[in-house]
Design a protein around this ligand. Structure first.
Ligand code: ADP
Ligand code: MG
Length: 349
């Protein structure tokens, strides 16, 4: 798109050289790509018997990331993982990536290449190909908008609306690590470290890695879809408390969860311990873990849990779907039920 603002406000780097370099480094085609980077639009062959999945995410400097706590490679990686995670949550296979950038005037082509290094590192294991994007200058920091195109067999996408009363609620992996990692990064950038000696270097590294380099659960999402274990699914990007609410609203049901059943890493426990707060609170409100939250019918729960163990997939049952009337509740150790507070991240508050 050509615009007046754009011809006046060129990035300090050369747009066409940059695009050519990106094409050469990362624009390798695949069998289904007729035209990748280099024309007005990419051309791909639509897959037979599949639905297309389309997802996009915008990351803004100062809102979603801070260059004091992450490198551009980390940001590229995390932005890509967030998009792959959306495809994973639909049970799909991610295929293509498009990247639209606004680069601040102080930005360099080296930084753009770092960003792409991170993006491509996240794409590689999932065999996702970069097929296009857009490049502009910015007067207000970095903007990175990524679009991923994926596919899922016709009629088989995992959606938010399929949860039924009596279904069990599961999560993959461990929760709260990303928020703990972010807190550690923020502490060290503000030179206000709290009791750092209480946390081992390996726990620190683990939590920071979980924040900067989350792994999208693409394999798990496809596994759930192939074996028809999930009645609904979502990825955990806003935090358990908010994302569970999305499933409940879409499915017109309620839920009760047992906070003690939420899977926590030993690093997250150690972090919470050192800071004297409840690790479960981190897990409930921490977003950006990019684990999957899904429901499965109670009838198949033993088979699901057995198959997951066999496949080497870590899942944990954290509760049950109830009627919409009872809302979303937690069950305490004494069996007492309480409404789950809304603690997830909201941009406009
Ligand atoms: P147009 O003016 O038609 O948008 P561009 O010069 O912006 O064309 O883009 C030329 C080609 O380079 C297109 O294939 C586009 O998808 C690709 N492209 C532009 N910017 C990027 C980017 N930041 N990352 C990847 N591909 C890009
Ligand atoms: Mg363009």
């Amino acid at each position: 798109m050509a615009s007046q603002a754009r011809s006046k406000a060129r990035p300090p780097l050369h747009e066409f050289d940059l695009i050519r370099a990106l094409q050469q480094r990362h624009g390798r085609g695949g069998r289904s790509i007729i035209q990748g980077i280099g024309d007005d639009a990419a051309i791909v062959i639509p897959p037979r018997g599949q639905w297309s999945l389309l997802t996009t995410d915008l990351l803004t400097e100062g809102i979603h990331f801070d260059l004091k706590t992450a490198t551009l490679a980390d940001i590229g990686y995390r932005a890509t993982a967030a998009n792959l995670s959306d495809i994973a949550a639909m049970g799909g296979r991610p295929c293509y990536l498009l990247a639209a950038l606004a680069v601040p005037r102080r930005g360099t082509s080296r930084q753009v290449h770092q960003l792409y290094q991170g993006m491509m590192a996240a794409c590689r294991p999932a065999k996702v190909k970069l097929i296009g994007g857009d490049t502009s200058a910015s007067d207000h920091g970095w903007f990175v908008s990524l679009t991923v195109v994926g596919e899922v067999p016709t009629g088989r996408a995992l959606q938010r609306h399929g949860a039924r009363i009596g279904d069990r609620i599961y999560v993959t992996g461990t929760l709260g690590d990303s928020l703990a990692g972010l807190r550690l990064l923020q502490e060290s950038s503000s030179a206000r470290q709290l009791r750092p000696a209480m946390l081992s270097a390996s726990h620190r590294r683990f939590l920071i890695q979980r924040h900067l380099r989350p792994i999208a659960r693409v394999r798990e999402g496809q596994w759930l879809r192939i074996h028809r274990y999930a009645t609904s699914a979502i990825d955990l990007s806003d935090g358990l408390s908010g994302d569970l609410r999305h499933i409940c609203e879409a499915s017109h049901v309620g839920a009760e969860i047992d906070p003690a059943a939420i899977p926590l890493s030993s690093a997250c426990r150690a972090f919470a311990n050192a800071h004297r707060f409840d690790p479960t609170a981190l897990a409930l409100k921490g977003g950006e873990d990019y684990e999957l939250l899904f429901t499965g019918s109670a009838r198949k729960h033993a088979a699901l849990e057995r198959a997951a163990r066999k496949a080497g997939m870590r899942i944990a049952c954290i509760g049950t779907i109830t009627s919409a009337r009872s809302g979303i509740q937690t069950i305490g150790p004494n069996g007492k039920r309480r409404p789950l507070p809304i603690t997830s991240y909201e941009h406009f508050q």
